[in-house]
Design a protein around this ligand. Sequence first.
Ligand SMILES: [Fe+2]
Length: 441
Amino acid sequence: MLRLLLLLTIILATQPTFAHEYHRAAVDSSATEIPDRVVLNWSGDPATSASVTWRTYIHITEAAGEIAIADASTNFSTHRTIEPAITEIWQQGDHAANFHSVTFKNLKPNTLYAYRVGSGKVWSSWFQFRTAQAEAAPFTFIYFGDAQNNLLALWARTIRSAVLDAPHADFLLHAGDLINRANKDSNWQEWFESGDWIHAQIPVIATPGNHEYAKQGEDKPRVLSSLWRPHFTLPQNGPKGLEETVYYVDYQGARIISLNSNQDRDLQTPWLEKVLKDNPNQWTFVTLHHPIYSASARRDNKDLREAWKPLFDKYQVDMVLQGHDHTYARGNNIGEGVTMKDKNNGTVYVVSVSGPKQYKLRDDRWMDRGAENSQLYQVISVEQNILHYRAMTAVGELYDAFDIIKQDGQPNRLIERIPSDKPERRWKNTLEKKNKDEKVY
Ligand SMILES: [Fe+2]
């Protein structure tokens, strides 16, 4: 008996996952009357509209958004207009919540607005955001690769550092795998809590990854998380059946296109060609989760590359922003094989990771800069015909940088600005665990 007790004590003492589980259990994802998970999106023209989505418990059935032009005087709130919300219920086992959304329309371009959401006497803070300019103008955004795991513990620092670094970012772009378990509400709670008011104040563009897809059972295709569409109000200008996952947004002279690399590739191809062909914007960004060129060992998405890279080439997409591989890789001038180079400069492909899960880089290199064992975010700024790019580590070090210069009738020119004092971060030259078997959480 004593030996059994001793054995049990040893087993318990050597299980760091208990602390990890405790941390997870500490995340309360139940909804209340107070609006939470407030997130700002665009579902229409960013110069004249903005959409907001939030959650309450199911007893709030009539909710609204209120909006006014922001002013230093608090009397701005008396000038508000009220927009009734569309409400949908989400249910899963014992869990249920109401998700509400409004789209504010007829806004003035380049104007600072304040909005809040709620009902009766229970309202969120007033959040402030600026509408886009109606024409091409400089802008900045932050791009995140997979957040996915241990969000509150270890992803929160990345999004918070990023926004303190680029506080005037015009939008945040998430390249999929925002969470780990598609339909696990506490995962979403952690994602929202990690960014808190940031999500409510800086518009979010997001594309789904494989972890936003849930198993349905043996031999059935995975389906989009039942929490994706309730949580966001994204554009519905993509192919039918792929609403809020395949779409584009035009922002101040740039077209940002989200492709869904998880399903119905062939359905998206003619749509993609159309939105690339009829594109009046000077700059074009594509985001999708699975990389056209894989960054990590033993991975390759050949079918995606064959379907979409010819279109990226033909219509000269400037950058493709991806995730999935849990490493960092950036390169351009990439040809049909994985390592063979084209003659002309072309689209810049980036794979990045903002969360804690980290893999190994592939050996057959296509990338001009890579990293392992590093959480990163990317700040991208466009000013007329120049794009400035910098990849930053979660502790605020400049890790990768370049400029793209647009040239009339010629391919983009890329100017390398990799910091010369920063060797490539690999498993062998970065921080190791203090104890090999210790869990990270
Ligand atoms: Fe993934």
